[in-house]
Write a protein that binds this ligand. Structure first.
Ligand code: URA
Length: 212
């Protein structure tokens, strides 16, 4: 598994304000959006392209354009929604699917409660959005689910990760035939006993959308 930590002072600066408990929801949403756009730049380094002939006002030339089928972006509900606009801004022609997953706060087990995805993801590049890679249970389940639909090229974009979560995803991917890539803003110290990332930023869904 390929884990890419997007080491950049602007990302570190925005993450610091995102983490701060004094940051209100509107500012949190804006910062998350800006961070995703920066991470999307890294995450799309290997987006598939094809040659494209054009004429400039001066001469004919061959450039490139995104290949078909276009990539699909899959935010994991609810907190992944806060990353959608930032990703779509860089990939406006991508399709968007949805995967609803919820974590039981006692057992930390994850279950799917909704999905809206194409039946066949064969040949599609899939970008999964989940701000917090904590235990890794959500990503493991999401990746498994996308694989059953034929996805073979999956990149997960996360704002923060815990080392335990990365290890967990990695251990589940060892016999997997598909390369999974994770692009993350930074890797924090650890998980606490409640499954929160430390120092982290608290509950990403609540900070984006309130405690509902
Ligand atoms: N989900 C969150 O929103 N925050 C954490 O710290 C862990 C999981």
């Amino acid at each position: 598994m390929d884990v890419h930590v997007a080491d950049h002072p602007l990302i570190a600066h925005k993450l610091t304000y995102l983490r701060d408990k004094r940051t209100d929801s509107p500012t949190f949403r804006r910062l998350a959006d800006e961070l995703v756009t920066l991470l999307a730049y890294e995450a799309t380094r290997e987006v598939r392209t094809e040659p494209f002939e054009i004429e400039t006002p001066v001469a004919a030339t061959t450039g490139i354009k995104l290949a078909n089928p276009k990539p699909i972006i899959v935010p994991i509900l609810r907190a992944g929604l806060g990353m959608l606009e930032g990703m779509v801004r860089l990939l406006p022609s991508a399709e968007v699917g949805f995967l609803g997953m919820i974590r039981d706060e006692q057992t930390l087990q994850v279950s799917a409660y909704a999905n809206r995805l194409p039946e066949d993801l064969n040949g599609r590049q899939v970008f999964v959005l989940d701000p917090m890679l904590a235990t890794g249970n959500t990503l493991v389940m999401a990746i498994d689910y996308l694989r059953t639909k034929g996805a073979r090229d999956i990149t997960c974009v996360c704002l923060l990760a815990a080392p335990e979560g990365i290890k967990h995803v990695e251990s589940e991917m060892t016999d997997s035939d598909i390369p999974v890539k994770i692009v993350v803003g930074t890797i924090d110290e650890r998980l606490n006993e409640k499954g929160y990332i430390v120092p982290g930023l608290g509950d990403a869904g609540d900070r984006l959308y309130g405690v509902v």
